[in-house]
Design a protein around this ligand. Structure first.
Ligand code: ATP
Ligand code: MG
Length: 411
């Protein structure tokens, strides 16, 4: 090895890039607070069972993507691949069922062993919301509205589009499942290995497949919409009316599904065509069966997760940072004084950099490179007189300012 490299699929976020990520997370937190979501931070490590149960052993995430290991004490743990399972686990282990309805949001790194490419990493960041304890469709409308407002505030709404669909209630899904299985049995030779396994264990999961052969078979598969009972249709109609009332535009995509048993009714995605094939920026839906499937009390839920890395790819440039003041001390006495002056400037809110090394010209170059507005030049002569030379780097002019007036002058 020629030197230490980051693990494949992980990245260092430095300077402006890091600022973009923070900006997204901070903006999301502010908007979600407007909706009354409270922040929850769950551990990055969970017992593997938390994900095996919630995501299902036939899911791509569980079968191929989890970072699973046995720790030194012999426990099977997993680096979280997504946020919902941990929140559901916390809901149960912390007894949060006392406080329904609950509106929670989270944000932080997730880990999936995937093939790295633009918009797809092995360590990536998500933020997301979970609204627990409400079976009313108004909750679905509210979480979609929150997602939409986050995108609008980030000024990426014109780059994204909302797709919605319904997978109905248990009765509708059962009717659909039978029809889907009958259809897929007729094309089993064209299905991928994975999907053949799923056909027995969890056929709805096949709908999520990205395998091209599977997708070709699915093109002519029966549509969910033909199997929806009255109640499921009414739920979906109400969702659409609610979105329209709030001025949120959407398209119905009958192929959009979630293949896990605990999902029901609403599924949605915000996609973009600005970053190639990794096009989903936010994905969500209703998961009324999830918490019960983990051993908790029956608790309806609806939520979504957003991919921060993908949003960072389409986020417009951020407003420039305030231009700093550069202090340029010359000589040891001035160097000692510099931090004291910097302290006074910072105390009144001025971004201040102290040049540490090199001669005058080297330090001035650094001030230029920082995009400094002012250079405060301080040598032995200035110190003796109790002044500094203040150079206006945009105008090129210079004036002598008493140290006692410095903060007032620069403010
Ligand atoms: P995809 O279809 O792109 O694989 P997914 O269905 O696996 O996405 P979810 O589990 O629904 O994604 O996660 C929600 C969001 O998190 C995605 O819409 C995406 O923006 C982001 N995301 C998921 N996996 C990754 C990854 N490996 N790298 C970066 N972002 C990701
Ligand atoms: Mg994926």
């Amino acid at each position: 090895m020629s030197g230490l490299q980051p693990v494949r699929g992980t990245r260092d976020l430095i300077g402006e890039e890091c600022r973009r990520f923070r900006y997204i997370a901070r903006t999301a937190a502010e908007i979600l607070a407007l909706y009354g979501f409270q922040e929850i931070e769950t551990p990055l490590l969970e017992s593997s069972a938390v994900f095996l149960r919630t995501l299902g052993e036939t899911s791509d995430v569980v079968s191929k993507q989890m970072y699973v290991f046995t720790d030194r004490g012999g426990d099977e743990v997993t680096l979280r691949p997504e946020g919902t399972a941990g929140v559901a686990r916390a809901f149960i282990s912390e007894g949060l069922g006392q406080h329904l309805p609950l509106k929670l949001f989270y944000s932080g790194p997730m880990f999936r062993y995937e093939r790295p490419q633009k918009g797809r990493y092995r360590q990536f960041q998500q933020f997301g919301v979970e609204l627990l304890g409400v079976d009313n469709v108004q909750a679905d409308i509210e979480v979609i509205s929150a997602a939409s407002r986050v995108l609008r505030t980030l000024k990426v709404d014109h780059l994204t589009q909302l797709q919605i669909n319904t997978i109905g209630d248990t009765e509708s899904r059962e009717a659909y499942r039978q029809s889907l299985v009958a259809y897929l049995r007729g094309h089993v030779d064209r299905l991928s290995e994975d999907s053949r396994t799923r056909l027995e264990k969890n056929p709805l999961r096949i709908l999520d497949s990205k395998d091209e052969g599977d997708r070709a078979v699915l093109k002519d598969a029966p549509l969910f919409s033909n199997f929806l009972n009255e109640a499921s249709r009414a739920f979906f109609a109400e969702l659409q009316e609610g979105l329209t009332r709030l001025g949120i535009s959407y398209v119905v995509d009958p192929m959009l599904v979630r293949g896990l048993d605990y999902y029901c009714h609403t599924v949605f995605e915000f996609t973009t065509n600005a970053i190639g094939s990794q096009n989903a920026v936010i994905a969500g839906g209703r998961y009324d069966g999830l918490i019960k499937s983990m051993g908790g009390p029956h608790t309806p839920g609806v939520g979504w997760a957003a991919g921060t890395d993908r949003l960072a790819l389409i986020l417009p440039d951020l407003p420039a940072l305030p231009k700093p003041v550069a202090i340029v001390p010359l000589g040891e006495a001035a160097e000692r004084k510099a931090l004291e002056l910097a302290d006074q400037l910072r105390a009144v809110g001025l971004v201040t950099d102290v040049g540490y090394s090199g001669n005058m010209s080297k330090r001035m170059k650094r001030a230029d490179k920082l995009g400094a507005r002012w250079a405060v030049i301080l040598g032995d002569t200035e110190l003796a007189k109790g002044v500094a030379q203040v150079k206006d780097l945009t105008q090129g002019t210079q004036e002598e300012v008493p140290l006692s007036n410095l903060t007032t002058r620069l403010r």
